[in-house]
Write a protein that binds this ligand. Structure first.
Ligand SMILES: Cc1ncc(COP(=O)(O)O)c(C=O)c1O
Length: 351
């Protein structure tokens, strides 16, 4: 039975398909803390190969993957550089400070995208008073940037600059798959610019749980120990790894559908007086829009849309985020677009 509500709050709300559940049901398992889970091992080998890295580590979440990466790359008193609205800085509960004793230095990006010129001259000199600049973290696609794809040339320039300055590069690639499908640039090409890459299976790919941290063998050996420290060592994890493997094998190419569906919804937002897309040309499966106060607050608009069968995510007093994903069909995208258009015909209910 189809869900009466079209849930566009996040691409994490997907539920495993019947085929994915069957794959999980039949997964071969073992104790992964002993490295004896054949399904986890298969997944790790597969992801490492896809990203052109020596090894990978299966972890419960994207947050843990990023935070293990930060911990394994740094010592307390180090500094990482990142964009001001990235997930690592904004939405990981200050993990870099709490778990690794690392300070974050932020730079304002254009919809999440930095230019190497912004970084020139920012590496701190060796000095008893100063933190050591150690790591740079980028995000592709960029969540708060409205699913923005990092132009490869910009990443390559930052990567070359990082190398010249002895800095380590980490990618939060929670939605790297969306960038791959939207551009046709293979995951390996993006990953080449980074020492380590985190990817998620539980966003657009539709697996219920799981991320992977990829990098050099020696790094992953250290990361494995940090995973244990953070409580992320799992036992018969093959059950969930099978969902991730299934997602990798079956749900990457179809992300193009999500991108197409988002464009249908984006057109409705752009056509509706009082709503303003930001950025105006969403590229993947995420869009943000601002709401003129005459139409109400983001919460008012979200409540009205919910009454009309569409759930969205208010991310600020006048801002809403929408994501498309595996559980949104072409017909539901059209339907959601039609509901959004009603905002101009039947304005938001009185507050
Ligand atoms: C860009 C990005 N990185 C990391 C994460 C964290 O993933 P998780 O929710 O699995 O911890 C998210 C979650 O939405 C994200 O959008």
């Amino acid at each position: 039975m189809s869900d009466p509500v079209i849930d566009l709050r996040s691409d994490t709300v997907t539920r495993p398909t019947a085929a994915m559940r069957a794959a999980m049901n039949h997964a071969e398992v073992g104790d992964d803390v002993f490295s004896e889970d054949p399904t986890v091992n298969r997944l790790e080998e597969r992801v490492a190969r896809l990203l052109g890295k020596e090894a990978a580590l299966f972890v419960p979440s994207g947050t843990m993957s990023n935070q293990i990466g930060i911990k394994a790359h740094t010592v307390p008193g180090d500094e990482l550089l990142c964009e001001a609205s990235c997930h690592i800085y904004l939405y990981e509960v200050g993990g870099a400070a709490v778990l690794s004793g690392v300070t974050c230095r932020t730079f304002e990006g254009q919809h999440g995208i930095l230019d190497v010129n912004q970084l020139e001259g920012c590496v701190r000199p060796v000095n008893d008073h100063l933190v050591r600049t150690r790591l740079i973290c980028l995000e592709n696609t960029h969540n708060r940037g409205g699913g923005r794809i990092y132009p490869l040339a910009k990443i390559q320039a930052i990567s070359a600059w990082a190398k010249r300055n002895n800095l380590i590069m980490h990618l939060d690639g929670a939605r790297l798959w969306n960038a791959v499908v939207a551009t046709g640039i293979p995951a390996e090409t993006w990953a080449k610019c980074f020492d380590t890459v985190s990817v998620c299976f539980s966003k657009g790919l539709g697996a219920p749980v799981g991320s992977a941290l990829c990098g050099p063998k020696e790094f992953i050996t250290r990361a494995r120990k940090v995973r244990k420290l953070f409580g992320g060592g799992m036992r018969q994890a093959g059950v969930i790894a099978a969902g991730a493997l299934f997602a990798l094998e079956n749900h990457v190419e179809r992300l193009a559908d999500d991108h197409r569906h988002l464009k249908v919804i984006a057109r409705a937002v752009a056509d509706t007086p009082g709503l303003h897309l930001d950025p105006a040309d969403p590229e993947t499966n995420i869009l943000f829009f601002h709401i003129d106060p005459e139409l109400g607050t983001a919460k008012d608009v979200a409540a009205t849309l919910k009454q009309r069968g569409v759930r969205v995510h208010p991310t600020g007093p006048q801002t809403i985020r929408i994501c498309t994903h595996l559980d949104v069909s072409a017909q539901q995208a059209e339907q959601a677009a039609e509901v959004i258009r009603t905002l101009s015909r039947q304005p938001v209910a009185a507050r």
